[in-house]
Design a protein around this ligand. Structure first.
Ligand code: ARG
Length: 464
C-alpha cells in the first residue's frame, strides 16, 4: 500500500486525494452519529460470516471485542475521527484494524459501503421513529387529560376565524388529538417500509460469498432482507417518506401553534401559557411572548425544505448507488432533530396550558354563535330551513344595530321576526343548550367529549 494514497481504496491511485476534495467528499462530520448502528451492523455481519465459514470464531470474537472498545471510545469522546477516512464506516473499520490487526481487514468481506450505509441509515431511522412515536403518544396523552378537564368549557368555534357556533374546549383539543393519531399512523407505516435490510446487496449486484441474509436480518431485527440488490443500495424513498410524514406532522403543529399564539393574545385571552414556556421583551416590560409555539410554527419551514431536498436528490438517479446519496443524511438528521424538538416542546407545554373559562364564555356570547340553533329551532317548528335562515339573519341584523346578542333579546323583540318564536326559544339560545344538543359521535356535547376521551385512551393503551 502506497502512503501517498487512501488506505482503504488507494491501490489503483497514483497520487493522494486533493486536500480540498477530501474535505469536500467526506461525510464523517455528520454521519458519525450512526456509529452505534454501524457497529451493530458490523457485529451481525461478522457473526453471519462465521456461520458461513468465511471467518473463524476467534476472528469473530476479536472483531466483536474490538468494535466494543471502539464504541466505548466514541462514547467517551476519545475516538479520533479523521476526514481522510471519509465516513463513519471507514473510520471505524480503520480503527478496528489498528486495534486487532489483520482480522480487522476481513470484516468487509462480502460487504460494501453501499449496502452498509443503506443499512445503517435504516437502523438509525428505525430507532428515531420509535422515539418519535413515543413522543407523539405523550403529547396525545396530555391532550386527553386537558380534554377531559375541559369537556364542559365553552368557547366560540370558528370558521373563517369568525365566530360560528359554540363548541367545548375539550372538543377542540380532541381535534388536535385526531390529527396526531393520523401522524402516528404515518410514522408507523414509514417504519414498516424502512425496516427492510439492504445488507448482502454489497456494492450493487450481491456477493459471491455464501452469505446468509436471513441470519443477519434476524440479528438486526429487520422485517425481511431487501428483494433486489440494485434497489437496496440505491433508493432513499424511506427517508423521503419520513420527511413527508414529518412535514405533515409539522403542518399540524403549526396549526396548533397558530391557535396558541392567537389564544394567548390580549384580543382573544382564552388561555394562559405558564411563564416557563414564554419569554419577555428587552424593551417592552409588559410583554410575555409565546415563543415556543411561534418557533415550532417557524421550524416547519426547514422540514418542508428537507422534503424538497430529498425529492430533488433522488430525482433521475440511475441505478444503483450514486454519491449523490451521501447528501441524504443532513436533511434527514435535521428533520429528525426538529421533529423531536418540536414534539418535546409541545408534549411538555400543552398539558400545562390554563384555560380562561370566563373569557372564552364571554367571547362565545358575542358574535351570535347560537344563530344556527335558532334556525334549527324554527325548522323543528315546521319552517323550511331557508326561510328560517332568513328570519335569523334579520334577527342578527337587528342585534347588531341594538348591540344585543340573540340570547339577550326579549321574546317580543325576537317574535317580531317570526310568530313561530315562543318562550321555549331561550333553551336553545343558551351556550350550554347549544353544545349539549350536538349529541352524537364526533359532536361537541360534553358527554360526547368524555366518551371520545375514553375511546382515545383505549387507542393509546393499545399502543402499549
Ligand atoms: N459515505 C457514503 C454515503 O454516505 C458511503 C457510501 C460510499 N460508497 C461509495 N462507493 N463511495 O453514501
Amino acid at each position: 500500500m502506497s502512503d501517498k494514497t487512501n488506505q482503504q481504496w488507494g491501490g489503483r491511485f497514483n497520487e493522494p486525494t486533493d486536500a480540498f476534495v477530501a474535505r469536500f467528499t467526506a461525510s464523517v462530520k455528520f454521519d458519525q452519529r450512526m456509529y452505534l448502528q454501524d457497529i451493530r451492523g458490523s457485529i451481525a455481519h461478522a457473526k453471519m460470516l462465521t456461520q458461513a465459514g468465511v471467518l473463524t470464531e476467534d476472528e469473530r470474537d476479536d472483531i466483536i471485542r474490538g468494535l466494543g472498545e471502539i464504541r466505548v471510545e466514541i462514547e467517551r469522546g476519545e475516538f479520533e475521527w479523521s476526514i481522510e477516512l471519509e465516513d463513519v464506516h471507514m473510520n471505524i473499520e480503520a480503527a478496528l484494524t489498528k486495534k486487532i490487526g489483520i482480522t480487522g481487514k476481513k470484516l468487509h468481506t462480502g460487504r460494501s459501503r453501499n449496502d452498509q450505509v443503506a443499512t445503517d441509515i435504516r437502523l438509525y431511522l428505525r430507532d428515531e421513529i420509535d422515539l418519535i412515536l413515543a413522543e407523539i403518544t405523550r403529547l396525545q396523552q396530555g391532550l386527553l387529560g386537558i380534554a377531559e378537564r375541559e369537556a364542559d368549557t365553552i368557547m366560540p368555534g370558528f370558521t373563517h376565524l369568525q365566530t360560528a357556533q359554540p363548541v367545548t374546549f375539550g372538543h377542540h383539543l380532541l381535534a388536535w388529538f385526531e390529527m396526531l393519531s393520523r401522524d402516528f399512523g404515518r410514522f408507523e407505516d414509514c417504519r414498516e417500509r424502512a425496516n427492510i435490510m439492504p445488507l448482502g446487496a454489497a456494492a450493487l449486484a450481491g456477493t459471491t460469498y455464501p452469505i446468509q441474509r436471513d441470519l443477519t436480518c434476524e440479528l438486526l431485527e429487520f422485517n425481511a432482507p431487501a428483494e433486489n440488490s440494485l434497489d437496496a443500495v440505491s433508493d432513499r424513498d424511506f427517508a423521503i417518506e419520513f420527511c413527508s410524514a414529518s412535514s405533515i406532522l409539522l403542518m399540524h403543529l403549526t396549526r396548533m401553534s397558530e391557535e396558541l399564539v392567537l389564544w394567548t393574545s390580549a384580543q382573544f385571552d382564552f388561555i394562559n401559557l405558564p411563564d416557563r414556556f414564554c419569554t419577555g421583551s428587552s424593551i417592552m416590560p409588559q410583554k410575555k411572548n409565546p415563543d415556543v409555539p411561534e418557533l415550532v410554527r417557524g421550524k416547519s419551514g426547514r422540514v418542508y425544505g428537507h422534503l424538497m431536498s430529498l425529492l430533488t436528490l433522488m430525482k433521475s438517479q440511475p441505478l444503483a448507488y450514486n454519491k449523490d446519496n451521501q447528501e441524504d443524511k443532513e436533511p434527514l438528521f435535521d428533520a429528525i432533530d426538529t421533529v423531536k424538538g418540536c414534539l418535546r416542546a409541545f408534549a411538555d407545554m400543552v398539558p400545562a396550558l390554563e384555560s380562561k373559562k370566563e373569557s372564552m364564555r364571554e367571547a362565545a356570547l358575542r358574535g351570535f354563535s347560537t344563530a344556527t340553533d335558532l334556525a334549527d329551532y324554527l325548522v323543528r317548528k315546521g319552517m323550511p330551513f331557508r326561510d328560517a335562515h332568513e328570519v335569523v339573519g334579520k334577527s342578527v341584523a337587528y342585534g347588531i344595530e341594538q348591540g344585543k346578542d340573540l340570547g339577550e333579546m326579549s321574546l317580543e323583540e325576537l317574535a317580531q321576526f317570526s310568530d313561530t318564536i315562543e318562550a321555549d326559544v331561550f333553551e336553545v339560545l343558551t351556550l350550554e343548550g347549544s353544545v349539549a344538543a350536538r349529541d352524537h359521535i364526533g359532536g361537541t356535547a360534553p358527554n360526547q367529549v368524555r366518551a371520545a376521551v375514553k375511546r382515545g385512551q383505549a387507542k393509546l393503551d393499545e399502543r402499549g
